[in-house]
Design a protein around this ligand. Structure first.
Ligand SMILES: NC(=O)C1=CN([C@@H]2O[C@H](COP(=O)(O)OP(=O)(O)OC[C@H]3O[C@@H](n4cnc5c(N)ncnc54)[C@H](O)[C@@H]3O)[C@@H](O)[C@H]2O)C=CC1
Ligand SMILES: CC(=O)C(=O)O
Ligand SMILES: [Mg+2]
Length: 655
């Protein structure tokens, strides 16, 4: 240390400098130290030489502020917070250096990348001078989100930051209208621009930097009783690809729906992101990006981190249901299989989407006036062999076995699955097990390995066309027209999100098929007027399933989420469509009734889990009491956004 100090000094003749030299000499006393390799000891001349080279002393007290707050309380104090709590986009709070985060109990409450006061100021100046461009033309192109939708999102976001009770009352009272603003498609734009829009930390941020700290840092979250956690690693956000830590917008949006749709108390839900880096070079290069500046960690190190996260949150909040969301296929299924027998977890993209697709097909059969058994007669083309596509195919096949009486092999023969390389057949080397079961046999006739969608549709003449590729307009006019030519009432579900990644619009499908198709899409679509008739578009989105499924699993204390529970959710949903809506061609019930739908799904899930012998005694008693009592019991657990009287409890006094 002395060596460094001495070598970095420079000469000065100031009085302060001399005082500093004297103080240093006194402090050093007769201690031996090295200058340029020579050992010195008490020589006045050498002292003077040394002191002459020391930097000047500047009497400047270090700016330390004594704080009597830590953690969330600190972040919520605009004076101590090192972010901007303003109405303009900025990187909030991230100017806390890591050592200080540790000291102040805010580790995990902020994104991992730190910024500077200067960068924050530059951003504010830019917004001050040039205004905030909320939606750029390219955002509309990539996300299908207009300035008007972004403006509404901002109004709701500001309200949520101010008054959660009012936010949830508004959302619940206007659910169908506002779901597209807090959820898809607007949430896709929010994630793409999260680093620009970020104002206030929400949820917990875990990163590879936190390795070996997660079990402790979860205690920085102030709520002891968390009921639902949604986590992403940002690797496949909707159909928008790797958005790194920006993917945090998705757990936030999903949990808004947990509270609005299923009545989870907003203070008891926890959005989480695990930042293992990103392969999105543009984001990493952006100075405002608040995630780690490193490529994604893969392999065993990745699984060690996710294991640590799961163990940490499950140890602190053993009653929580944990939803995995928007993990890329390379990890999604492996993670689900890794935890599903040990914890109350599910993967929404694999399982929630599967259940909503099967529900939509049962709804479609109702529209066509056919029983559920008719599922087994369908020929189904699915474009997209990823986590969502294969989850959907597997669930529909299970429905064919259960309702249609087919063997698993016969059910598999009803599917033609395409990925980015075209039709998937057994010719394909290295097919993972979850795909190979549905790969067409090589001896098969009509369609061949690698065939494009149009060829497959012409050769196979499917009755159902599903889109889960996240690749945009794959259901071209030719494809839609071919669907309409061989099938009187084709079922067409372009399920990819957000709007810009959907395989076709409602207008395209309905006009090309002359209004004959049964249509539902992943993101909401407008009604279509054709020849004086109005065709209403349904929404084939897992938002119908996950709130009620999670509620049933949580309050029923089912310990795990089974395939039977998912099947129960898929089977109950189409029974809840009103006859009027069926007559209008809708394959899903109205979103205006979302609380009722979630309660019915939760009840169905609990009944199934009870039959399989894994619910808590209270839930078992509610099931035994009958359906009406069970529904009442479920609803009794739902949060209702109303104001209540506040009572003050001084510190140290127990409730
Ligand atoms: N409506 C809903 O509730 C849900 C919709 N999704 C959407 O499904 C889409 C896919 O999600 P994941 O399966 O998780 O993604 P993924 O990345 O796991 O799979 C994508 C699949 O699409 C294939 N693909 C890509 N481009 C293609 C092309 N041009 N032609 C044919 N196939 C192509 C890929 O080869 C891969 O098999 C996303 O857009 C996502 O937003 C996902 C979950 C729920
Ligand atoms: C809806 C959904 O979960 C997705 O598009 O990924
Ligand atoms: Mg998803």
């Amino acid at each position: 240390m002395w060596r460094l100090l001495v070598r970095s000094c420079s000469s000065s003749s100031s009085r302060q400098h001399k005082q500093q030299q004297q103080r240093l000499a006194a402090a050093v006393g007769s201690r031996c130290y090295t200058i340029g390799g020579t050992t010195e000891g008490g020589s006045q001349k050498k002292h003077e030489e040394l002191q002459a080279r020391l930097p000047p002393f500047v009497p400047k007290p270090e700016p330390v502020t004594i704080v009597h707050k830590q953690g969330m309380e600190l972040l919520h104090d605009p004076w101590y917070n090192k972010g901007k709590w303003s109405m303009v986009p900025t990187v909030s709070s991230t100017a806390f250096p890591h050592s200080e985060r540790e000291r102040m109990g805010v580790r995990g409450l902020l994104p991992p990348r730190t910024t500077t006061l200067q960068l924050q100021e530059d951003r504010i100046m830019a917004a001050y001078k040039h205004g905030v461009v909320l939606v750029k033309p390219e955002d509309v192109a990539t996300g299908g989100v207009t300035s008007e939708m972004a403006r509404k999102w901002k109004v709701l976001q500001d309200l949520q930051n101010r008054n959660e009770t009012l936010f949830y009352k508004l959302l619940l009272d206007n659910f169908a209208e506002m779901a597209p603003i807090i959820y898809t498609p607007t949430v896709g734009w929010v994630c793409s621009n999260y680093h620009n829009l970020y104002r206030r930390p929400r949820g917990m941020f875990f990163s590879s930097y936190d390795k070996d700290h997660m079990a402790a840092m979860v205690y920085n979250w102030p709520q002891d009783d968390v009921h639902a956690i949604v986590v992403t690693d940002g690797s496949r956000i909707l159909g928008l690809g790797d958005l790194g830590i920006n993917g945090m917008g998705i757990p936030c949006g999903k949990l808004d729906l947990y509270s609005a749709a299923a009545g989870f108390h907003p203070s008891k839900v926890l959005p989480c992101v695990i930042d293992v880096g990103t392969n999105n070079a543009a984001l990493r290069a952006d100075p405002l990006y608040c995630g780690l500046d490193q490529p994604r960690i893969t392999g065993p190190a990745y699984y060690e981190l996710v294991d640590e996260f799961v163990n940490a949150v499950m140890a602190r909040w053993p009653n929580a249901v944990l939803q995995f969301e928007d993990f890329q296929m390379a990890h999604a299924l492996t993670l689900l299989q890794r935890y599903r027998d040990h914890h109350l977890v599910f993967n929404d993209d694999i399982q929630g989407t599967a259940a909503v697709a099967l529900a939509g097909l049962y709804g479609g059969l109702r529209v066509l006036g056919k029983p559920q058994e008719a599922l087994a007669e369908q020929r189904i083309v699915c474009v997209g062999a990823g986590s969502a596509g294969m989850g959907v195919v597997r669930q529909i096949a299970a429905g064919m076995v259960k309702r249609g009486g087919l063997t698993p092999e016969a059910a598999a023969s009803k599917f033609w699955v395409l990925d980015a390389q075209g039709l998937v057949t057994q010719y394909r080397p290295g097919l993972p097990g979850y795909v190979s079961r549905f790969a067409r046999p090589t001896s098969c006739s009509v369609a061949e390995e690698g065939d494009g969608l149009l060829d497959v549709v012409r050769k196979v003449r499917p009755t159902v066309l599903l889109g889960l590729a996240g690749a945009g307009k794959l259901f071209t006019t030719e494809v839609l027209s071919a669907m309409g030519q061989h099938c009187e009432r084709p079922i067409i579900f372009p399920m990819s999100n957000p709007t810009s990644k959907m395989e076709c619009t409602s207008q395209e499908a309905i006009s090309v098929t002359g209004g004959r198709c049964v249509f539902a899409s992943g993101s909401p679509q407008p009604s279509v007027e054709l020849d004086g008739k109005t065709y209403v578009a349904g929404q084939a989105n897992n938002l119908y399933i996950f709130p009620g499924l999670a509620l049933g699993a949580h309050i029923g204390k089912t310990k795990i989420v089974t395939d039977n529970m998912l099947m129960a959710a898929a089977e109950i949903l189409p029974q809840l469509i009103s006859d009027k809506d069926v007559a209008a061609g809708l394959v899903y019930p109205s979103l205006e009734d979302i609380r009722l739908l979630s309660a019915e799904i939760a009840a169905a899930v609990i009944k199934t889990a009870a039959a399989d012998g894994h619910v808590c005694d209270e839930a078992a008693a509610a099931v035994a009491a009958g359906h009406v009592q069970l529904l009442d019991w479920v609803r009794g657990h739902m949060f209702t956004p109303t104001y209540s009287s506040l009572a003050y409890l001084p510190p140290g006094i127990k409730e």
